[in-house]
Design a protein around this ligand. Structure first.
Ligand code: PLP
Length: 387
């Protein structure tokens, strides 16, 4: 009998390099950490209070596979308002986080051996999830031009061949802050329609774009209900709810019932009282989202401005999200640099190689922190470079 081990796809998953750096620095009290992707402030209190009341009232039972009706109704109203076209409850499924939504979307459309295209660098889960399902992955790398991240559309189009099953696209992008321009969105949707390619749009940062006026950042503005589009999303980022583990999907209506069945066999449903917090977030959360976006825009300006003053630093401008992705001349090995920064100056950054080989040599700074914390981190980096 062979050894009792996991499937080869599971054994070949890359361990998280962010974890590796975090483990190296976690026990040192003097380390200032910018490696995780979350705000350093807790969830707004009105959301916490709504969930706490629901818990005290006894909302502790299983709910519908697709999520509670009042939550789906609130979500439908929110998405319809945001995207300027009706998005009915019949297209919605609540998931137990953004990453769970991605896994469910992948389980719904990806079969073993399917070709899946991903734009990279990208949050590792976006690549590893289809790999767990035995997909063949092809990455298309972002470039840089005039201080911005940029997608070479021709390169992506060349990868989107008739045998492609799905394109996973994350914009605004983690780790780079790249935002897909709307004219490219239209071209990509057209190509996916032509070849019947599923478009899995990871929209978790869609509210966190810095341009003014804030332009829509999702395929949902232009797609028809029946397009092969799944928009995956989360309460984690825009409402500072990372620890709640709640997300959602917008689906073609023909897929919704099957998705409910898939939810049954993954998590069965999202926690009841957590959904009460989400209803509050959607119905009374606009001010909080706007405040976060304003904060992040200021933090982006602070961190980017300082990085660009430092010798040998290349820092393209993030147009959305909560990260600066930058590199330092003479440091080609991101993991070695991230560990050295912890050792020498107590600065905790995520190595770019965590986001695929396209990120090798780069570092990610989550700037969703108070200005004083960002300033202290920037001073430590300046010390490192001067020392
Ligand atoms: C691109 C991207 N997608 C999805 C998620 C998932 O968020 P969550 O699972 O907390 O909802 C994250 C979190 O960092 C992310 O960066």
């Amino acid at each position: 009998m062979s050894a009792p081990i996991a499937r080869p796809e599971v054994l070949s998953l890359r361990a998280s390099q962010i974890r590796e750096v975090a483990n190296a620095g976690m026990e040192r009290e003097d380390v200032l950490a910018f490696w995780v992707g979350e705000s350093d402030q807790p969830t707004p209190s009105f959301i916490r209070e709504a969930a706490a009341s629901a818990l005290l009232e006894g909302k502790t039972y299983y709910t519908h596979n697709l999520g509670r009706t009042d939550l789906r109704t609130a979500l439908s109203a929110y998405l319809t308002r945001l995207h300027g076209r009706p998005i009915g409850t019949g297209r919605l499924a609540i998931a137990n986080s953004g990453v769970n939504a991605l896994m469910l979307a992948a389980q719904a459309v990806v079969s073993p051996g399917d070709k899946v295209v991903v734009v990279a660098p990208v949050w590792p889960n976006v690549v590893e999830i289809p790999r767990i399902l035995s997909a063949r992955m092809q990455t298309v790398a972002l470039d840089r031009a005039q201080g911005h991240w940029r997608l070479d559309l021709e390169k992506l189009m060349a990868a989107l061949t008739p045998d492609t099953k799905a394109l996973f696209l994350n914009s605004p992008n983690n780790p780079t802050g790249w935002v897909l321009p709307s004219q490219d969105r239209a071209a990509i949707l057209e190509r996916c329609r032509k070849y019947g390619i599923w478009l899995i749009a990871d929209d978790v940062y869609e509210r966190l774009v810095f341009a003014r006026p804030v332009a829509p950042a999702s395929f949902l503005e232009m797609a028809d209900d029946d397009d092969r589009l799944i928009s995956t999303n989360s309460f984690s980022k825009a409402w500072r709810m990372t620890g709640w583990r709640l997300g959602w999907m917008v689906l073609p209506p023909a897929l919704t019932e099957a998705m409910g069945v898939l939810v049954e066999y993954n998590t069965s449903c999202a926690p009841d009282f957590i959904q009460s917090g989400a209803v509050a977030a959607l119905t009374h959360g606009e001010e909080a989202v706007e405040a976060l976006r304003t904060e992040l825009r200021a933090a982006r300006d602070q961190v980017l401005g300082a990085l660009r003053q430092m010798p040998g630093v290349e820092a393209p401008e993030p147009e959305g999200g909560m990260y600066a992705f930058f590199r330092i001349e003479g440091h080609a090995n991101a993991m070695a640099l991230a560990k050295d920064l912890i050792d020498k100056v107590g600065l905790g950054l995520a190595p770019g190689s965590a986001f695929g080989e396209e990120g090798e040599g780069w570092l990610r700074w989550c700037f969703a922190a108070r200005p004083e914390k960002n300033a202290t981190g920037l001073a430590r980096l300046a010390n490192y470079l001067n020392g």
